[in-house]
Design a binder for this molecule. Structure first.
Ligand code: ASP
Length: 319
């Protein structure tokens, strides 16, 4: 039985200079646990979609990552989360945006895909749907995280937003120095034993975001995409650029219409087109043959891969 799982925990200014040995160990454990959770599903003959959900739930439950429990704070001091899942076997998609108090937004995204008759639900409406589906909720305290809170306090009186893993504001010069942890959005892509592929992404978005800002993560084709004919992709980075570049679908299109390989398509989009636009970040991708790719134009990306051949990779820094 052949399968592959690839995950990311955010891309950005992730360098040996900002990580100490203990942080490296913490991230290694966290990424390996997510790989184990997802590949347990695949080894048991489960679907790529369920493996993606299992791996992402593990990272949503870990405050190291900007998703679920570790989500960043909005301008109003709230946690508003976005997530999406796509099943490449039938191009089904489910997504939620701006949701609050949902313990695992990726599970709610799967409910939307399977049981709502819609693709994308947002804000209170998505919360109502979560209650109807019996999706697990959590109180505000569950989402409180001191380092994320401090990150927000530093810029809450400004109009700046901040990419969790970047340390620069998105309007002008630096707001906070690039010290501290660099946490990030999470994602997973999988190829299961039946040769089906799936992709999922989950995030708290950007620190100090306002006006119900939504990034690329929950938008099918931008931050998340899966089509068995081509590839499954989950992105992380400055969402406004990934939205405009329709990054995940562009990778798929280059494979479908131009015959590029998975790696070639990822390189064109992330290392050429996105760079020319000024967009920073990366992606993970897998195709239906189990070929996989990590691709980023930032200093680093928390990432991992585990497959049925017993191969396991965990990495943070530039390749
Ligand atoms: N892409 C996410 C967003 O813009 C952020 C991230 O990947 O860290 O909401």
């Amino acid at each position: 039985m052949s399968y592959t799982l690839v995950i990311h925990g955010g891309a950005g200014n992730i360098t040996p200079a900002i990580m100490n040995t203990q942080q490296e160990a913490e991230y290694t454990i966290a990424l390996k646990e997510a790989l184990v959770k997802g590949t347990d599903v695949l080894r048991a003959g489960g679907s790529a979609t369920d493996a993606v959900v299992a791996a992402i739930c593990e990272m949503e439950d870990n405050p190291l990552f900007n998703a679920g429990r570790g989500s960043v704070f909005t301008k109003k001091g709230l946690n508003e989360m976005d997530a999406a899942i796509m099943d490449g076997s039938n191009i089904a998609a489910g997504a939620v945006a701006g949701v609050r108090n949902i313990k695992n937004p990726i599970k709610l995204a799967r409910e939307v895909m399977l049981h709502s008759g819609h693709v994308l639900l947002c804000n209170e409406g998505a919360g109502e749907f979560a209650l109807k589906q019996g999706v697990e909720m959590a109180p505000d305290e569950y989402f409180f995280n001191k380092s994320r809170y401090d990150q927000w306090v530093e810029i809450r009186d400004t109009d700046y937003t901040q990419l969790d893993h970047k340390g620069d504001n998105l309007k002008g010069g630096p707001v906070t120095p690039n010290t501290g942890h660099k946490f990030g959005t999470v994602g997973a892509v999988a190829c299961d034993a039946m040769g089906n592929i799936a992709a999922g992404t989950s995030t708290g978005g950007m620190t100090n975001k306002r006006f119900s800002r939504i990034g690329d993560s929950p938008i099918p084709g931008a931050g998340t995409y899966a089509n068995k004919k081509t590839c499954a992709v989950s992105c992380t980075g400055h969402g406004e650029y990934f939205l405009r570049a329709v990054v995940a679908y562009d990778v798929s299109c280059l494979m479908e219409y131009k015959g590029l390989s998975l790696q070639e398509a990822c390189d064109v989009v992330i290392k050429d087109k996105l760079v020319k636009m000024g967009g920073e970040g990366g992606l993970i991708a897998v195709d239906a043959l189990g070929n996989y790719n990590f691709c980023f134009n930032s200093a680093g990306m928390y990432r991992g891969m585990r497959n049925s051949e017993g191969k396991e990779i965990v990495g943070f820094y530039g390749m």
